[in-house]
Design a protein around this ligand. Structure first.
Ligand code: PLP
Length: 351
């Protein structure tokens, strides 16, 4: 989605933003236009950005957690869903299809319930019971079929073509909503007198990575920041198609069969793999894979030492930061914002 950035530039300033509530919609000039009445919001965004109390100090790093687990349905997905469903409502859509590893489905189910839209969600067979219960609570129609996310996606796309519904998921409007993470990160950092060198995030479809980078570039484009943080993108070793391509210097993505326990990011053939690769390269960032053991250790450390309980995929960025520290890629002077993307209650099976 492309905007008239000259017009936006004339309207936005940090001062003006701060006259509004600290929430996703604080930055609405950067979203597709909606009337106030057309916005479907459950209070997404405005999430805490807190300095690490233990892990950062021990590692000698300015480490900051952006805690996305406190969004209305427990993950960052609500930012994109709010924009996508607002758009669907504006278009008069009554039925949507969505493929998901679980979190997007729960988010879409909740926002559809609020908007009076029917949601049909396709999830792979091994989706956590807690996520399924969440979707059922909002009475989404559920299709639990397929070996993995890409199999569920093929079914959702077929349904969409057959019944001419509206496809929700990792498509452009979702990315437009997820950009607000970048706006909030920079907004909070500047208010606290620092600027992050790095933003660390997990990658499944790569949409979050793409969106965070687009948001940062838009801020720079309208003169709200002068330099850009680098993106640190992480995947699970047993499902790392984007990281593999990054390391190989490839211009394409070779699909893999996902085997990781980090179910929310188990995407073998990522929809936004190429834009995510571009974001990592353009930002001069790093992509790295972490083992399932490293992910579970990071999840435990985060819960035990920082008081934040994430699902395994939600702790992948921290696992990646710890790995880069060991590899000597990060140093004491670095400021790193680490995205914690999904709540532990969503997938407690490893406890
Ligand atoms: C908890 C969690 N973290 C990270 C991701 C990765 O996001 P993306 O698929 O946009 O790369 C997802 C996606 O489902 C997720 O649910």
């Amino acid at each position: 989605v492309i905007y008239d950035y000259r017009e936006i530039k004339g309207k936005v300033s940090w001062q003006n933003f701060r006259k509004r509530n600290f929430s996703h919609w604080r930055y609405r000039e950067f979203f597709p236009a909606f009337s106030d009445k057309g916005i479907v919001s459950l209070g997404e965004g405005g999430t805490p950005q807190t300095f690490s109390r233990f892990i950062g100090k021990t590692a000698g790093l300015r480490l900051v957690f952006k805690n996305e687990t406190v969004n209305p349905t427990g993950s960052f997905k609500d930012r994109g869903t709010s924009v996508e469903i607002s758009r669907a409502l504006e278009l008069g859509i009554r039925h949507v299809d969505c493929a998901s590893t679980g979190n997007m489905g729960a988010s879409v189910a909740a926002y559809c319930a609020a908007a009076g839209i029917r949601a049909k969600v396709f999830v792979p067979r091994k989706t956590a019971h807690e996520k399924i219960a969440h979707m059922l609570a909002h009475e989404a129609e559920l299709v639990i079929r397929g070996r993995d996310y890409n199999a569920a996606l093929a079914l959702a796309e077929r349904d969409y073509r057959l019944y001419k519904t509206y496809l929700m998921g990792d498509y452009p409007y979702r990315g437009e909503g997820e950009k607000s993470i970048s706006f909030e990160i920079v907004d909070s950092a500047l208010a606290n007198g620092y600027f992050p060198n790095y933003i660390a995030l997990p990658m499944g479809n790569g949409t979050l990575c793409r969106a965070v980078w687009k948001g940062l570039k838009e801020l720079k484009g309208v003169g709200l920041i002068k330099r850009l943080p680098k993106i640190l993108g992480f995947q699970a070793e047993r499902c790392a198609p984007i990281v593999n391509s990054f390391k190989a210097g490839a211009e394409h993505i070779d699909p893999v069969r996902p085997k990781t326990l980090a179910a929310a990011i188990a995407v073998g053939n990522p929809l936004d793999g190429l834009p995510a690769l571009d974001a990592l390269r353009e930002s001069k960032g790093v992509a790295e894979a972490v083992s399932d053991g490293e992910i579970l250790r990071a999840q435990k450390l985060l819960a035990l030492r920082e008081g934040i309980w994430a699902e395994p995929s939600g702790a992948v960025a921290l696992a990646g930061i710890l790995k880069l520290l060991k590899m000597g890629h990060l140093s004491r002077n670095d400021s790193v914002v680490c995205l914690i993307t999904g709540h532990g209650l969503k997938e407690p099976r490893f406890y």
